[in-house]
Design a protein around this ligand. Structure first.
Ligand code: TMP
Length: 244
C-alpha cells in the first residue's frame, strides 16, 4: 500500500490523495454520485469498484495504443496509483451523436448522428457550472497555451477513435464523453477517468443508456448498467460491495 498523506481534491466520483512520492497520487473511486452540478446526489452501490476496474482497462488500452495518461497501476478494489499532474482547468467534451446539453443547445433530437466529431471546451469551475468556452477564451485567460490546446485536441480525437472502436466490439455506442488533461514533466497527459460517469454509452441494439444518465433521469437499473459495461469489457462479473 502507498503511504497516503493529505487529501488533495474531492470530486464528484473520486477523492485524490497525495503520497510520500511528490510525483504520484492515489485516486479513490467512490459510490457517491452527483448530477446536475450537485443538485441531485445519491449512491450507486459498487460504482467505485466498477469504475476503478473500467478505468484500469481503458487507461491500459490507451497506453498500449500510444495515448500518454496518468495511470500507473491499480492498487486495490477502489484505489489506483496515478502520476500527480497539474490539471489544466479546461475540460474537453467529444461528441459523435447528439445528446445531453448539445441537444438542448441546438434543438436537435437525441440520437442524431453528427456529420463530424464535435469538440467543446468547458471551464472547470463548478461554481459557474462549468460554462462552455471557446479557444480565444482559453488563451485570453491563460488557461492553456495554443500548443497545449492542439495536443489536447489531438489526444481527444485519438481517444475517441480507440474507445469508439473498443466499445463497438462489445455492442456499445460511444455517444460523447468528457476528458481532462494535466501537465506532467513537460508533457500533456490524459488524466481523470474514462468510465460510465464521464461517457455516454448506449447499447448498440436497444439504444438504452448504460451510464450515469440512468441515475440522472431515474431510469432504474443503474448498478446493473455499470456492471454490464464492465462485464462486456473484461468478462468480470463483480459482486459489488458497498463503500464503507
Ligand atoms: P453534456 O451533454 O451534459 O454536456 O455532457 C457531455 C459529456 O460530458 C457526457 O458524456 C457526460 C460528460 N460530463 C461529465 O463527465 N461531467 C459533467 O459534469 C458533465 C456536465 C458532463
Amino acid at each position: 500500500m502507498q503511504n497516503i498523506t493529505d487529501m488533495i481534491a474531492e470530486g464528484k466520483g473520486k477523492r485524490l490523495y497525495a503520497t510520500e512520492n511528490p510525483d504520484e497520487a492515489v485516486v479513490y473511486y467512490r459510490d457517491e454520485t452527483f448530477a446536475f452540478h450537485g443538485l441531485k446526489r445519491g449512491r450507486i452501490i459498487g460504482k467505485g469498484e466498477i469504475n476503478n476496474l473500467i478505468c484500469e482497462y481503458m487507461f491500459t488500452m490507451l497506453t498500449e495504443k500510444g495515448v500518454p495518461n496518468h495511470f500507473i497501476r491499480r492498487i486495490d478494489n477502489r484505489c489506483s496509483l496515478v502520476k500527480r499532474v497539474e490539471i489544466i482547468p479546461v475540460t474537453v467534451k467529444v461528441r459523435n451523436i447528439v445528446a445531453g446539453s448539445l441537444a438542448k443547445r441546438i434543438g436537435y433530437p437525441d440520437g442524431t448522428r453528427l456529420k463530424n466529431t464535435v469538440l467543446e471546451y468547458c471551464l472547470k469551475d463548478p461554481e459557474l457550472e462549468d460554462p462552455l468556452v471557446n479557444l480565444t477564451h482559453i488563451t485570453a485567460m491563460s488557461l492553456a497555451t495554443p500548443e497545449e490546446i492542439k495536443r489536447m485536441e489531438e489526444l481527444s480525437l485519438r481517444v475517441n477513435e480507440i474507445v469508439s472502436g473498443c466499445m463497438a466490439e462489445i455492442n456499445i455506442e460511444l455517444i460523447d464523453f468528457k476528458l481532462e488533461f494535466g501537465r506532467y514533466k513537460g508533457q500533456i497527459l490524459l488524466a481523470d477517468e474514462v468510465s460510465p460517469d464521464t461517457c455516454r454509452f448506449w447499447d448498440a441494439r436497444t439504444h438504452e443508456p448504460l451510464d450515469i444518465d440512468r441515475f440522472r433521469h431515474d431510469l432504474g437499473d443503474v448498478e446493473e448498467a455499470y456492471r454490464e459495461v464492465l462485464h462486456r469489457l473484461t468478462g468480470n462479473v463483480l459482486k459489488n460491495t458497498e463503500e464503507e
